[in-house]
Design a protein around this ligand. Structure first.
Ligand SMILES: [Zn+2]
Length: 312
């Protein structure tokens, strides 16, 4: 019962902070159900002054993306909060140092980490999974992982089969890791996230899609995983046709997604900071963004394979 109260409080009390001692904040839950309130809330949460070259641990103030979706990551690494009156989902934990920032950002928005019911992530590298243990400790929510990533998360260290093995930092092991349900859907309250397997950059790479609504204004949100072919120096993708095939399958899946707003684990990879606020130079809502993101990754892979063939 106590875990449900803060959500009800946020939903019902428009202008009064729910916790004593906290400054009144815009009402996040109300924005999910009330079109006009969404615009007000967006204006009330300014876009942080982040750049493409911002550091991974550089703090960002949280902000409203659309409808039920909020940005709670750092300037350099994304994390999202998807909310509903019945519970929230955190998408990605960012770096080991940033897990606490993610939690602080959730609190700043007026949400209670205890109302998070599920945690998902993009892939099992320290810059996206490093903060998961801290987020789990504060929320008590399970982390849902594809089977390829479960042991890596429990160990807090990458698998030797990873193309970047040897370059990747360890991170705090995650205690409660559960397989993504066979349906591919992770649910919390009214939030329903659909898993799209996109391995290649990492074995457990997963993209996530959901409907985000502001009143009747509903959009497909896509959190598309990293698709880059990067490795340690002695790994050649041309020696691993299965790895190349996984990447190409992932490009095709991402390109085919119903794309409204694209967010990527590295915000710079999808030009997030150029797509926000009054000075935006590109649209935030772009049905072609997923296909363009996949195409850029495909071109990068082709260049990589060509350079390997040339002895590079
Ligand atoms: Zn990675």
């Amino acid at each position: 019962m106590t875990r449900r109260f803060p959500i009800a409080c946020a939903a019902l009390v428009a202008l009064v902070a729910c916790s004593a001692g906290e400054a009144p904040a815009p009402t996040p839950t109300a924005t999910a159900q009330d079109g006009p309130a969404t615009a007000a809330a967006s204006a009330d949460w300014p876009i942080p002054a982040c750049r493409d070259d911002s550091g991974w641990d550089e703090p960002a103030t949280p902000f409203h993306v659309h409808g039920d979706t909020w940005y709670v990551g750092t300037c350099g690494i994304s994390a999202l909060l998807v909310t509903s009156p019945g519970g929230h989902v955190v998408v990605d934990g960012a770096t080991p140092a940033a897990g606490e920032q993610v939690l602080a950002n959730i609190r700043t928005l007026g949400f209670d980490p205890a109302d998070v019911r599920a945690i998902v992530f993009s892939h099992e590298h320290f810059d996206h999974a490093g903060g998961l243990a801290a987020v789990q400790a504060a929320t008590g929510a399970p982390v849902y992982a594809p089977k390829e990533a479960i042991e890596t998360l429990r160990r807090g260290a990458s698998d030797p089969s990873d193309p970047q093995f040897g370059l990747l930092d360890d991170f705090a092991p995650v205690a409660d890791v559960r397989p993504i349900p066979a349906s591919g859907i992770v649910q919390a309250g009214d939030v329903e996230l659909h898993a799209v397997p996109t391995p290649g950059h990492a074995a457990g790479g997963t993209s996530w899609t959901w409907r985000s609504c502001a009143g009747d204004d509903c959009l497909p949100l896509v959190y598309a995983d990293s698709l880059t072919a990067v490795s340690r120096d002695d790994f050649r993708f041309s020696d691993h046709p299965e790895a190349v095939a996984r990447l190409r399958d992932s490009f095709a899946r991402v390109a085919a997604l119903d794309c409204g707003i694209l967010v990527t684990p590295h915000p710079s990879a999808s030009a997030l900071w150029d797509r926000l606020g009054p000075a935006a130079t590109r649209p935030l809502v772009d049905p072609g963004a997923c296909a363009a993101y996949a195409k850029a990754a495909e071109e990068r892979l082709e260049r990589r394979l060509a350079s390997e063939g040339a002895g590079g």
